[in-house]
Design a protein around this ligand. Structure first.
Ligand SMILES: CC(C)(COP(=O)(O)OP(=O)(O)OC[C@H]1O[C@@H](n2cnc3c(N)ncnc32)[C@H](O)[C@@H]1OP(=O)(O)O)[C@@H](O)C(=O)NCCC(=O)NCCS
Length: 186
């Protein structure tokens, strides 16, 4: 698949490029990003240098699709649809640069990515899954705001740098009402 560019009110979402490497490296120094996502820890500049061409190859394969979130000249974060195995399901993943947090940018970007993911012009998904390490309240609140429904606890369900972590899982179906639902863990 060719990389797709999406826009929102404040953001452009487009494939990461070489000129992003310094900001990716900087953003990935964040302790929460290292704890709660699959980025390496410690995070070296070489990891950012490898990430950009890897994402380009993944777009070509069409299984993991990653967009850089751009607010003007600033790299606001990364967001993606992952594990698109062709059966109509995928998983959302994201991190926001520490300097861009708590301004609703993640929810704004994710709404656009989810709409595209469910659409026939996009990947035509029926279900998008969200998984997070238990205790990642910021990510859970974001997923709830997007309309995801809490589905349960995955005991030792997520591979992590420490071994395995308990995980929370939530899901959103293409025809779900996106009005935020109550989550028992929040
Ligand atoms: C989680 C994360 C993506 C949120 O990004 P953001 O742009 O700050 O989120 P938004 O401003 O769009 O906020 C979305 C919701 O989350 C809430 N939120 C965001 N960060 C929060 C935090 N640290 N603690 C509590 N709530 C938080 C907001 O209040 C908002 O909730 P509301 O709509 O109920 O008021 C960001 O903190 C991050 O990158 N964390 C580290 C990486 C990570 O955890 N990735 C997800 C792995 S599953």
């Amino acid at each position: 698949m060719e990389p797709v560019t999406l826009t929102t009110t404040r953001l452009e979402l487009s494939a990461p490029r070489e000129s992003d490497i310094d900001e990716i490296y900087e953003a990935c120094q964040d302790a929460d990003t290292q704890r709660y996502t699959t980025v390496p820890s410690p995070y070296a500049r070489a990891h950012a240098e490898e990430f950009v061409p890897r994402v380009a190859a993944q777009w070509a394969e069409g299984v993991h699709l990653t967009w850089a979130m751009r607010e003007g000249p600033d790299l606001a974060g990364m967001i993606g649809l992952y594990r698109l195995d062709g059966t109509g399901a995928g998983e959302i993943g994201y991190w926001v640069s520490p300097w861009s947090r708590r301004r609703g940018l993640l929810v704004e970007a994710a709404r656009r990515v989810i709409d595209w993911g469910f659409s026939a012009e996009g990947t035509g998904l029926q279900r998008i899954e969200w998984r997070a390490v238990v205790g990642n309240v910021g990510s859970a609140r974001a997923a709830r705001a997007l309309g995801f429904r809490y589905e349960g606890l995955l005991r030792a369900g997520l591979p992590s740098k420490q071994g395995r972590d308990d995980g929370w899982i939530a899901g959103l179906l293409a025809d779900d009402d996106r009005t935020p639902q109550a989550w028992p863990i929040l």
